[in-house]
Write a protein that binds this ligand. Structure first.
Ligand code: SAH
Ligand code: DHB
Ligand code: MG
Length: 223
């Protein structure tokens, strides 16, 4: 276990009051742990932020890249109206199976579809189906492909859509221009793409809390 920080207590204080656990979310994390999945899901407060962003968007179609055990998927799925749809892309069939159980228990099996495979293969297949434009895209998979995922998000998004890119700080490593680590290089390329893209307006926010020092980027697809 890593050392404890004052921000762990603050994060717990906020989440107990603003993003409280329920049996479905707790069980999703329990089953993810039991199956040996890495403990890298979004925190409760981050999950609640995703849910609020989806609601603010009035999102009816959500795309997630990187399902893991479906914890963030549940937060996002709960923001959908009854006729809304969420597609979540996951490389690891074991993760997808755990997620399917967690989403079924959450009552979201009808609205959420987990597609197994490398996202860079699933995305063109999805595009070929001419899906309704996505209102929110949450990118949270292999960070080395972040620039590709941002490009696909723009391609599949509707006007005014919101792109959320997780883990853009990684303890500050994002400023290391010489890094050959794929997560750092991929995230830097994605940030530069957002900054220079004619159809995107974005920002990035640093965070501390249950997941240490990290952050997320937000980008709006211009109408
Ligand atoms: N969004 C989840 C956490 C996702 S962790 C949550 O917050 O609850 C990142 C996930 O991306 C892992 O499950 C990993 O298997 C998946 N992943 C890694 N490479 C991928 C790829 N090329 N395509 C799709 N998913 C990938
Ligand atoms: C890692 C991945 C994540 O999506 C995350 O939120 C935290 C950590 C990781 O691969 O270490
Ligand atoms: Mg993440």
């Amino acid at each position: 276990m890593s050392e404890s920080h004052v921000w762990d207590e603050v994060d717990a204080y906020f989440s107990e009051r603003l993003a409280p656990d329920d049996e479905v979310l707790a069980a999703a994390l329990r089953d993810s742990d039991a199956a040996g999945l890495p403990r890298i899901a979004v925190s409760p407060n981050q999950g609640k932020l995703l849910q609020l962003l989806a609601q603010i968007q009035g999102a009816r179609h959500i795309l997630e890249i990187g399902t893991l055990g479906g914890y963030s998927t549940i937060w996002l799925g709960r923001a959908l109206p009854a006729d809304g749809r969420l597609v979540s892309l996951e490389y690891d069939p074991r993760h997808a199976e755990v997620a399917a159980g967690n989403l079924a228990r959450a009552g979201l099996a009808e609205r959420v579809e987990v597609r197994v495979g490398a996202a860079l293969e699933s995305l063109p297949a999805l595009a070929a189906e001419n899906p309704p434009p996505f209102d929110l895209v949450f990118i949270d998979a292999d960070k080395g492909n972040n620039p590709r995922y941002v490009e696909w998000a723009v391609e599949l998004a509707g006007p005014g859509a919101l792109i959320v890119l997780d883990n853009v700080v990684r303890g500050g490593r994002v400023t290391d221009a010489d890094s050959t680590a794929p997560d750092v290089a991929g995230t830097r390329a994605a940030i530069e793409l957002i900054g220079s893209h004619p159809r995107l307006s974005g920002t990035a926010i640093q965070t501390v809390g249950a997941k240490g020092y990290d952050g997320f980027a937000l980008a709006r697809v211009l109408p």
